[in-house]
Design a protein around this ligand. Structure first.
Ligand code: URA
Length: 436
């Protein structure tokens, strides 16, 4: 069928067959379908939606647009996590080595920052020498020998998604549940996973700000991934405040290393990390009960096994051999490091998390244009959490800026974005709902 006929069919609210979807995606991949046609089809899908069968067919067609990995050489489950994106979300840095220390294999293909959210790949790029685009051989060897490797998307993995995503980004069709499902899963399924845990962030720092939309996306992803043979569960977690105590690339790497050393255990960060890891151990069959899974993970933390895995991964991918012993010898540091205090003392009762993510972009820790070079050193540490009491001794955060001007601007932003009140707020749960 001609591409314009496929577009017309979806425009007129009819269902597409798998053959039509396959044909369209083949054309996107080989360039015979032009960007305007792709844009038109994504808008028709955005407006009219897809059936479950169409979404599944689109996901598989996009997965099969490139190389699909398989891991016959591994003697354990191949698993991964995907987060829908948030502010201060460094869970991948802890989850991958924790799972590797518990017998799983994690070939994690991560992305760069998107909009106001940080990206795992940008965090690893702050480690000198660490290669986020290693050769296939080094990637496979690291997964086999260490148990985890966190790298960037290669051109051969789900190339149709790369093209379609770039077009959606500039034609207003990003926020479609069907298109997001196919986009995320085409890449994850191409990595040859047995199991996947989805961390769907919900709140004012997430792409999905309503619980209803988060549940809808979680259900769609869980349904399509399980039907494709990858055991998948989703956990909806709170993103109405920054996750953990640091925001910014190098600062988040340092927080993750401290966590793995047992030096820093922010309660919400720990709880969400444990929950996602525990679910992965259960769905992959590595553990039989939540209590056993938690005990195994705690043991991996307490005995430094997860830290060893992280250190081995950094070294195998080209980073310093003693990175975890002295991360600040290697991580870039900002010129102006000073606390910012609230104007009046009180309890932190709310924050504009998206605004905080955007303020990192202002400090060049996130991108305005796709090929922009980042400043990995900037950001915040000792970030307050909702319910904390702040006063003239306890800051809202410590700002890491490169100039006095940047510091002044970030300080004003944080005072505006963080609400302090004299009443202690009710604390919300960080694990909101699970979808199996
Ligand atoms: N992340 C993706 O990879 N794709 C989307 O469509 C949205 C978020």
């Amino acid at each position: 069928m001609l591409p314009q006929e496929i577009i017309r069919k979806k425009r007129d609210r009819q269902s597409l067959t798998s053959d039509e979807i396959n044909e369209f995606i083949r054309g996107v991949t080989d360039g015979s379908i032009v960007d305007a046609q792709t844009a038109a089809l994504t808008m028709a899908i955005f407006l009219n939606g897809m059936t479950k069968e169409e979404t599944a067919a689109l996901t598989l067609a996009m997965r099969d647009s490139g190389h699909v990995l398989s891991w016959p050489e591994l003697d354990g489950p191949v698993v991964d996590k995907h987060s829908s994106g948030g502010v201060g979300d460094k869970i991948s840095l802890m989850l991958a080595p924790l799972i590797a220390a518990c017998g799983g294999f994690v070939p994690m293909i991560s992305g760069r920052g998107l909009g106001h959210t940080g990206g795992t790949l940008d965090k690893f790029d702050s480690i000198p020498g660490y290669r986020t685009t290693p050769s296939d051989d080094i990637f496979r060897r690291t997964v086999k020998e260490v148990g985890c490797a966190i790298i960037g998307q290669t051109g051969s993995l789900a190339p149709a998604d790369k093209k379609i995503y770039a077009i959606r980004d500039v034609c207003g069709t990003v926020e479609s549940i069907d298109l997001i499902t196919a986009s995320i899963l085409s890449k994850k399924l191409a990595a040859g996973l047995n199991c996947l845990i989805m961390d769907l962030k919900c709140g004012n720092g997430a792409f999905m700000d309503s619980l209803e939309r988060a549940v809808e996306l979680a259900s769609s992803i869980v349904r399509v991934a399980n039907a494709a043979g990858t055991k998948t569960k989703a956990v909806i977690t709170d993103m109405n405040q920054v996750l953990g105590r640091s925001v910014g690339n190098a600062l988040e790497v340092a927080e993750a290393v401290a966590y793995l050393k047992g030096e820093n255990t922010d309660t919400r960060l720990h709880e969400i990390t444990m929950e996602l890891c525990s679910e992965l151990l259960l769905i992959s069959g590595l553990e039989a009960s939540p209590a056993k899974a938690r005990a195994k993970l705690q043991n991996a933390l307490d005995r430094g096994l997860a830290l060893e895995k992280f250190a081995a991964m950094v070294t195998a991918l080209g980073g310093p051999a003693d990175f975890c012993d002295q991360p600040w010898r290697y991580l870039p540091q900002a010129a102006v490091v000073r606390p910012v205090f609230a104007e009046t003392p009180g309890y932190v009762s709310a924050m504009d998390t998206r605004g905080i993510g955007l303020s990192i972009i202002e400090m060049k820790g996130g991108r305005v244009t796709p090929d922009q070079k980042l400043d990995y050193a900037t950001g915040y540490s000792q970030f307050c959490q909702i319910g904390d009491y702040v006063d003239a001794q306890t800051p809202l955060a410590v700002i890491h800026a490169q100039t006095e001007e940047q510091f002044t601007q970030a300080a004003a932003e944080l005072r505006r974005l963080i609400r302090v009140s004299d009443k202690q707020p009710l604390l919300s749960r960080c694990i909101i709902q699970k979808i199996a």
